[in-house]
Design a protein around this ligand. Structure first.
Ligand SMILES: Nc1ncnc2c1ncn2[C@@H]1O[C@H](COP(=O)(O)OP(=O)(O)OP(=O)(O)O)[C@@H](O)[C@H]1O
Ligand SMILES: [Mg+2]
Length: 481
């Protein structure tokens, strides 16, 4: 639907040039990239782009310098400024120079492609979009602009033009399969098949037949020679999902295939050369499985050439609202009524610890799109429909700094204790942390021990005893006394 144009992308970070370039090419645009102002100037002449996307901090100067002149000389050209400086000042300068759009880094790829469509004058107005209920159809798969996701995008960018094996790691529902699909569909194998196989979903005794294929008569029920996933993926990508659940014998055989580049079917003898890119994924801790003798170390090294670790959603809360809106938009695109998020609902979503990660958020938004009768989703609706208030947010996940502090403390204690008799670390930790907690809670209720005990979930006598043990004087904890 979007008309195509010629686009010049200028950024000294090759990862950004690759990701943005591939995303735009995929939408049918002609793209050239440059890494400096000098290259930009040369390409402005020879390439004559419709849209210029340029970074500000370039190795040979300020990317905003010269933009006004470029626009003056090419009145039909639209300029999109990218900048990591994220300051109001940059935004203002960009606007003053006549830039069409300013996107602070880290930016969301969807936002950028939308800005490009806008710049080419092909995007429908917001009203038209509301009527049709939709984002552009050629939207990019991965939503999120947290630093952790930017790191993921960078890695994806680096692997698009090669065939290195990739191991995608992350909790359930963090988007491992989506990342594998994105690498395939943006990469050089995109015109060839993407074949997925889930080790946890296939009976153990059938895994080898599924992966490598089988000959007629190889086992009961093998009526004809059947190609395995390796052969089906020929020239493309094979996604080995839940690799941690692969039986040991199958692992041995897989390793042999990866080393030789040839598969032999079950019951067959003639090897077939295969050319596939391997992307494996797991939510298990493979080093642990190796220690337990349930995963081959050599296979692990073979698969883990480029690891991509997807952070749990609770560690990138800034992406929650973006994702929630994305799923609501998608529901609207599928014909469901368009819903918006009230501020209090957004806050509640941000606070939730998302044990099921993006999948949980997606399911929640789909349910809301289907079930709620109002057009605005409020916190109250979330509370009514969902077990959100059952657990106060963050209860399950203490703040990261606290976790780090405890970890450092434990390491230090262990360092001190080396060669000495075992110390009661657990007691020590409690003795450090508990008085801080008691002080904090007591002063928040002006020293009222009954209320403090209630908040702490212990009885009043226990609280008194603890205060005495720690030598805390409740009277001194009262504020304003
Ligand atoms: N960054 C993202 N942007 C948009 N959608 C996402 C994102 N991450 C995940 N999703 C969506 O969330 C759902 C779960 O993602 P996916 O199936 O890739 O997770 P997974 O890590 O493979 O989970 P599991 O370990 O349970 O198989 C999918 O519908 C996917 O499209
Ligand atoms: Mg999966």
């Amino acid at each position: 639907m979007a008309a195509s144009g010629a686009i010049l992308v200028v950024d000294d970070d090759p990862a950004i040039c690759v990701v943005v370039g591939e995303a735009l090419r995929r939408q049918g645009h002609k793209v050239k990239t440059a890494a400096s102002i000098r290259e930009r100037t040369a390409l402005m002449e020879s390439f004559a782009p419709d849209v210029l996307i340029t970074d500000v901090m370039l190795p040979d100067g300020d990317g905003l310098d010269g933009v006004a002149q470029i626009i003056e000389r090419n009145p039909d050209l639209n300029v999109i400024i990218l900048s990591a400086q994220n300051t109001l000042n940059t935004a203002i300068r960009a606007t003053e120079k006549g830039a069409f759009e300013y996107l602070p880094k880290p930016f969301d790829l969807n936002e950028l492609t939308r800005a490009v469509a806008d710049a080419l004058g092909t995007r429908q107005s917001a009203e038209e979009m509301d009527g049709e209920g939709g984002l552009p159809h050629d939207e990019l798969p991965l939503v999120g602009r947290s630093p952790a996701m930017q790191e993921v995008y960078r890695t994806i960018a680096r692997v698009l033009s090669n065939d290195l094996s990739i191991l995608v790691l992350g909790e359930s529902g963090t988007g491992k399969e989506l990342v594998a699909e994105a690498i395939h569909s943006l990469g050089q194998r995109r015109t060839k098949p993407f074949i997925a196989i889930n080790m946890a979903a296939i009976p153990r005794e059938l895994i080898e037949a599924e992966l490598f294929g089988y000959e007629k008569g190889a086992f009961t029920g093998a009526h004809a020679r059947t190609a395995g996933k390796f052969e089906q993926a020929q020239g493309g990508t094979l996604f080995l999902d839940e690799i941690g659940d692969m039986p040991m014998e199958a692992q041995t055989r897989l390793l042999r295939v990866l080393q030789s580049g040839e598969v032999t079917t079950v019951g067959g003898s003639k090897p077939v050369r295969v050319n596939v890119r391997i992307i494996a994924a797991t939510n298990k801790h493979l080093p642990q499985l190796i220690e337990e003798g349930r995963f081959r170390q050599d296979l692990y090294y073979r698969l883990n050439v480029v690891p991509i670790a997807l952070p749990p959603l609770r560690e990138r809360r800034e992406d929650v609202i973006l994702l929630a809106r994305h799923f609501l938009d998608r529901a609207a695109q599928e014909g469901l009524p368009r819903k918006a998020l009230a501020d209090d609902a957004a806050q509640l979503l941000m606070a939730w610890h998302w044990p099921g990660n993006v999948r949980e958020l997606q399911n929640m938004m789909q349910r809301l799109a289907v079930l709620s009768r109002e057009n605005i989703i409020t916190a109250e609706m979330l509370r009514n429909m969902l077990p959100m208030d059952a657990v106060p947010a963050d209860h399950a996940a203490p703040p990261e700094q606290l976790v780090h502090a405890v970890r450092d403390w434990a390491k230090r204690q262990l360092g001190i204790g080396l060669g000495q008799p075992q110390r009661a670390l657990h007691e020590d930790l409690l003795a450090v942390i508990e008085p801080v907690l008691l002080e904090e809670v007591l002063s928040s209720v002006d020293g009222n021990q009954i209320r403090a005990a209630g908040l702490l979930g212990i009885n009043r006598n226990t609280l008194r005893k603890k205060l005495t043990d720690y030598g805390l004087d409740p009277l001194q904890l009262r504020i304003g006394d």
